[in-house]
Design a protein around this ligand. Structure first.
Ligand SMILES: Cc1cc2nc3c(=O)[nH]c(=O)nc-3n(C[C@H](O)[C@H](O)[C@H](O)COP(=O)(O)O)c2cc1C
Length: 213
């Protein structure tokens, strides 16, 4: 697949076929991930690939329990589907449907910051993500090129205790996100994605100095 086609059509997929994803594709995708940048090339990561059905179920139950207690992001709750903007409404509904049972994804990839030292040692700091999210995007683009759907999700923060126990994470490993993965379900399509035009979000030499293309 052509590089820019991959970029332009990589979008969030939240409904999956139950089909097994060949392990060779997972290796290729993860090998693309670890080509990503990190501070001082420290590669402060481990990638946990959860395929085991019982473990995915346990993660799904923890997500459901967490969602039931959440007050902060009504858009991700089923009633958030009242959102007036149609595109946001669809996203909210798709997210709520997925959160009802995240084990519907045949694979959950959990990228973890591990023994982070650069650009700093605090995995909770905003800058910590700079040493892993580029690699996560590599992984998602590689998945797209292979016809696999993904979404970058951040529900790990609500179920970190469960993940720590279930996956036996050491204290110096911190889940940075969760990426559900699988072949898109019937009716699920890759991009083009909806974004504001590039001219409206790029400034040249000074804040606010936009120009036409
Ligand atoms: C930091 C971050 C957190 C996200 N968290 C979630 C999430 O918890 N659940 C979800 O369904 N999508 C999540 N997403 C996916 C976004 O909703 C998605 O990237 C955005 O709506 C653009 O949609 P598109 O990828 O289909 O173009 C997250 C994306 C990012 C970058």
């Amino acid at each position: 697949m052509e590089f820019f086609e991959v970029i332009h059509t990589q979008r969030s997929i939240r409904r999956f076929k139950p089909d097994v994803v060949p392990e060779e594709l997972l290796w290729e995708m993860l090998d693309a991930a670890i080509r990503g940048p990190s501070g001082s090339n420290s590669q402060p990561w481990r990638w946990i690939v959860v395929r085991d059905a019982a473990k995915r179920k346990e993660i799904a139950q923890a997500v459901s329990a967490w969602m039931a207690t959440r007050q902060d992001r009504p858009a991700l709750r089923p009633e958030g589907a009242q959102e007036p903007d149609a595109s946001k409404r669809r996203t909210a509904q798709a997210a709520a449907d997925f959160f009802a049972d995240v084990s519907q994804a045949p694979v959950l990839v959990i990228p973890c910051l591990y023994q982070l030292t650069s650009p700093l040692g605090d995995a909770q700091h905003l800058l910590a993500g700079t040493s892993i999210y580029g690699a996560v995007q590599n992984m998602m683009l590689a998945a797209r090129a292979q016809g696999l759907g993904t979404t970058l999700m951040t529900f790990q923060r609500g179920i970190e205790d469960t993940l720590r126990t279930l996956l036996r994470l050491p204290l110096d490993a911190t889940p940075a996100c969760v990426v559900p993965l699988g072949y898109p379900a019937e009716g699920q399509r890759f991009g083009p994605v909806t974004r504001k035009p590039v001219e409206t979000v790029v400034y040249w030499d000074d804040w606010g100095r936009a120009k036409g293309r």
